[in-house]
Design a binder for this molecule. Structure first.
Ligand SMILES: [Ca+2]
Length: 193
C-alpha cells in the first residue's frame, strides 16, 4: 500500500505531459491501477499482491513539486474487538471485501501513544446510505471508548477524509448495521505518528 499524501504534477488532458502511473504488480506489464496528474493524486493505493510499481514521467517543459508517498508493507490486522497497539495496521468491516452482515456491531480501538496522534485513512467505503447514517454507520471517537460525540459518523459511498485523534489519544471505532441492506463496508489503514 502507498499513501500519496502530497501531489502536484503538470496538469494535462489524459495526463499526456507529466504523469504518475501505478501498476498492481512488479512492473509495467501488471494491471494499471491509474494514471495521475494535476493536483488530484491517487491518495491511498492498495495492491492485490505484494508489489506495486510506480512510474513517473515528465516531458520537456512545465515542472511542479511532484509527489510524496509513504509506503506501508505490513501492519497489524485484526477482526472485530481488536485493540491495536502497533504503529500501523489495517481495519475493515466484517467479511470485507464481501458484504457485512445485518445486525453487525463491531468495535476496534487503537491505543495511540504520548505525543503522537492516530490517523486513519480509507481506501474503500460503501456503507448503506441514510441522511443521518441511522441505518448502518461507522462512528469514530477520540479516545478509547464510544462515549462522547464522535469525531466522524460515516455512511454512504463518498470516500471519507482521514480522521485523526488528538495528540496522545487513541481512536475507537464502532460499526453497526441494521436489519436490512448490506454493502461491502470499509477498508482503512491507521498509523501512529
Ligand atoms: Ca443496513
Amino acid at each position: 500500500m502507498v499513501d500519496v499524501d502530497d501531489f502536484n504534477l503538470e496538469a494535462s488532458t489524459a495526463c499526456r505531459f507529466d504523469s504518475l502511473s501505478i501498476y498492481d504488480g512488479s512492473d509495467t506489464s501488471a494491471d494499471l491501477i491509474g494514471v495521475y496528474c494535476g493536483t488530484e493524486g491517487p491518495g491511498i493505493v492498495t495492491s492485490t499482491g505484494s508489489s506495486l510499481f510506480l512510474r513517473m514521467e515528465s516531458d520537456i517543459t512545465g515542472t511542479r513539486s511532484g509527489f510524496h508517498a509513504k509506503y506501508i508493507s505490513q501492519g497489524e490486522t485484526g477482526g472485530c474487538g481488536t485493540n491495536f497497539t502497533s504503529h500501523a495496521g489495517f481495519i475493515s468491516s466484517p467479511n470485507y471485501p464481501e458484504k457485512y452482515d445485518n445486525n453487525a456491531d463491531c468495535t476496534f480501538s487503537i491505543t495511540g501513544e504520548a505525543d503522537k496522534n492516530v490517523t486513519v485513512a480509507f481506501d474503500h467505503f460503501d456503507v448503506e446510505q441514510h441522511t443521518d447514517c441511522d441505518y448502518d454507520s461507522l462512528k469514530i471517537y477520540d479516545g478509547d471508548t464510544d462515549e462522547g460525540s464522535p469525531l466522524a459518523t460515516l455512511c454512504g459511498i463518498d470516500m471519507p477524509n482521514p480522521v485523526s485523534s488528538t495528540i496522545g489519544s487513541g481512536l475507537f471505532f464502532r460499526f453497526k448495521s441494521d436489519a436490512s441492506v448490506t454493502r461491502t463496508g470499509f477498508s482503512a489503514f491507521f498509523r501512529v505518528q
